[in-house]
Design a protein around this ligand. Structure first.
Ligand code: K1U
Ligand code: ZN
Length: 172
């Protein structure tokens, strides 16, 4: 297992629509193991394959983030089969948009279908942080970043802040 570098916005690869996985083979299993290690290394609660430069419809989540009780979940080719009309607003961050946090409104509850790491079909009903994180990661599979949900003004401020932070990091 290895930690892979995480793409940072405005890397154009983050705008790609990822391709479905056609079979869970050793190549996919290695990618999934690396994604889990990368997520924990970065102290994230989720990660999509495109964030490590692989345009495949795979994401990993662990919204508990307790080192002594790790519970990584793997979602391959996930689809949302139902989303509540009721919405909730939660502050979000993204490992590909470092140091930016802002409020995003999403469905408060969802139902999803996906393949697990063994290629078995699974169903999930989620609410709270799990629903938020799953919707955030599924956006990545479609080339959408959480800042794309913000107003034009807020998005441009966020991206300017990110560019400034990148410039300062480069200069130091
Ligand atoms: O980059 C990502 O897609 C992962 C992202 C997931 C996420 C976070 C918050 C709301 C929605 C989706 C993150 O994990 S950002 C880092 C983070 O959440 C965190 C980092 C350190 C401590 C606690 C949380
Ligand atoms: Zn993200």
């Amino acid at each position: 297992m290895s930690v892979r570098p995480i793409l940072i916005a405005p890397d154009p690869r983050l705008k790609l629509v990822s391709e479905p996985v056609t079979g869970v083979d050793d190549h996919i299993r290695t990618l999934v193991a690396d994604m889990i290690e990368t997520m924990y290394d970065a102290e994230g609660i989720g990660l999509a394959a495109i964030q490590v430069g692989v345009a495949r419809r795979i994401l990993v989540l662990d919204v508990e983030q307790k080192e002594e009780r790790r519970n990584p979940r793997v979602f391959i080719n996930p689809i949302i089969t139902w989303s509540s009309e009721a919405t909730a607003v939660m502050e979000e961050g993204c490992l590909s948009v470092p140091e930016i946090w802002d409020e995003v409104e999403r469905s408060q509850a969802i139902k999803a279908e996906y393949l697990d790491a063994d290629g078995n079909l699974q169903h999930l009903e989620a609410e709270g942080i799990l629903a938020v994180c799953l919707q955030h990661e599924m956006d990545h599979l479609n080339g959408v970043l959480f800042v794309d949900h913000l107003s034009k003004l807020k998005r441009s401020m966020a991206l300017k802040k990110l560019a400034k932070a990148k410039k300062l990091k480069k200069a130091s």
